[in-house]
Each structure stands twice: as C-alpha cells, then as structure tokens.
Design a protein around this ligand. Structure first.
Ligand code: DGL
Length: 267
C-alpha cells in the first residue's frame, strides 16, 4: 500500500481529480469556489462528518484525523489536495507539507488580510472554531495585522453543527447567531468567516450585521492559490468539458451525500 502511494505522489497525472476535505460538509463552500475557478477539473470531496466537529477536539486528535484524510485521498489517486478546513490547516498543514512534499497542497486560513487592510483602521471580528483561534498559526496571522486593525477572535462552538444537519436558515439558528454576534455588532466594520461551514449561513449573518459590515471569506483565494499551484506543477487538466464532482463521507449515509449535493448547488 505504502509503495502505491509513493508512486502516486511521484507521478501525478493531470487527469487525476483534485482532492478536497473537511471535518464535514463545510468545505463544500471551498469546493464551490474551486469549481468556479477551475470548472474543467474533476473533484473528489471527502467529508469526515463521523468525526465532526474537529474544532473542539484536542490538537493531537485533529492532526491524526487530518493525516488520515490526506492518506485516504492519496489512495484514491488525487493529484493535489485542498485542506478545506481552517481548523485542520491551523493544526496540521505544516506537518502535512513535511510528510508530502511532492503533493500540491493548499490549506485555507481566515481571510484576515483583506479585512484588516480596509481603510481607516477597521474593527474586524474573526469567527472561527475554538481550536483555530487557539493555534499559533492564527496568533501569528493576527500579529501581522494588529497595527492595521483591531482584531477580535470569536470562537463559535456549536455553529458548524447547524450546517452539518442541513439547517442554514432556521429560526433556532437565527437566535443562536443573534446571541453570538449582538455584543459586537455596534463596534465592528467587518466579519471574517474563519470556518468553512460559515459561508453557508452568510445570509443570516448579513441580515443581522446589516449593510455597513463587510464580510470576508477565504474560499475564493484558496481556490485561486490551488490553481496557481497546479499550473506551476504542470498538473492542470487538458480536458475542455466540465469536470465531475464526487462526494464521499465517513458517515457513509445516503443523506450525507444528498446534503453535500444540496450545499454544492445552494443559491
Ligand atoms: N469547517 C471547519 C473549519 O473550517 C471546522 C468545523 C469543525 O469541525 O469544528 O474550521
């Protein structure tokens, strides 16, 4: 098994799919951007909903789960990997780069830069999982922009669970978001969606925050970065037709795949 993986890593072929994973269905927000940016590629998406949420687990567990997800995707023959989970990126992307130096690998992180560089020293609220906000990687990112903006990290335990159960606009979710955000709404100029599940509840967040507050999400930047990496490695597909999307989920339940398609096609 080990040898097969080595071969796949050493000889990636441009017609293989791009692998994308998350702790659950949230990373589909990144997959949507990938498909927009590179519509000719094939994609294999793996959601580890069985082990979700990652964001409230101990660091070592998140690292183990993340490595297992990468191994799974490589075994399926992907040519590159997008870590479509801010938590897994914060916890393990450095380890992954060391383990798989030949694999084009991009991890999403909170889109703090464009939010903090808005004129007039803005106040920025970063919504993310507790684990993302605790990590060194996040603290380093925050320190880089602390002179440009006032940055508030807001851990949001419990929020991803709404999306995992397909609830993206119900009244209970609205109440949850109201409680979470109302202490900050008067002082903030922008919100960074620092977890890939949150773009699916963006509509409600916008409604609560009002037009004055700008919302930032790192999905599109991550997709464009993957495109650059594939181009640099000579791995973009030569296919001219639309690519395919395949969903796999560790819960192996029909409903998870259906939920995945619904989120992928959500307006
Ligand atoms: N979607 C993940 C992220 O971007 C985390 C959700 C979770 O598993 O806690 O951080």
């Amino acid at each position: 098994m080990e040898d097969i993986r080595e071969t796949k890593q050493m000889n990636p072929d441009s017609e293989q799919p791009v692998g994308v994973f998350d702790s659950g269905v949230g990373g589909i927000s990144v997959l949507r951007e990938l498909y927009r940016v590179m519509p000719n590629e094939n994609y294999l998406y793996f959601g580890d909903s069985k082990n979700a949420p990652y964001g409230t687990r101990p660091l070592e567990e998140i690292r183990k789960l993340t490595i297992a997800n990468v191994e799974f995707l490589l075994e399926q023959g992907v040519k590159g990997i997008v870590v479509a989970c801010n938590t897994a990126t914060a916890a393990a992307v450095r380890i992954l780069r060391g383990m798989y130096p030949q694999v084009p690998l991009v991890g999403i992180e909170p889109a703090l830069k464009p939010a903090a560089l808005q004129p007039g020293h803005p106040t920025v609220l970063v919504m993310a999982t507790p684990m993302t906000i605790q990590q060194e990687k996040y603290k380093t990112l925050m320190m880089r922009y602390e002179e440009k903006a006032d940055i508030i990290g807001l851990p949001c335990p419990g929020l991803m669970e709404f999306v995992e159960t397909g609830n993206t606009d119900g009244p209970d979710l609205k109440r949850f978001l109201e409680n979470l955000l109302s202490p900050y709404l008067r002082e903030i100029d922008s919100i960074v969606l620092g977890c890939t599940h949150y773009p699916f509840v963006r509509g409600l967040i916008e409604e609560l925050a009002g037009e004055r507050v700008r919302i930032f999400d790192g999905g599109n930047g991550t997709a464009r970065e993957m495109k650059r990496r594939l181009e640099a490695a000579g791995l973009c597909t030569r296919r001219t037709g639309q690519g395919t999307v395949t969903f796999e989920n560790s819960l192996a339940a029909e409903e998870e795949i259906e939920l995945s398609w619904n989120l992928f096609q959500k307006k």
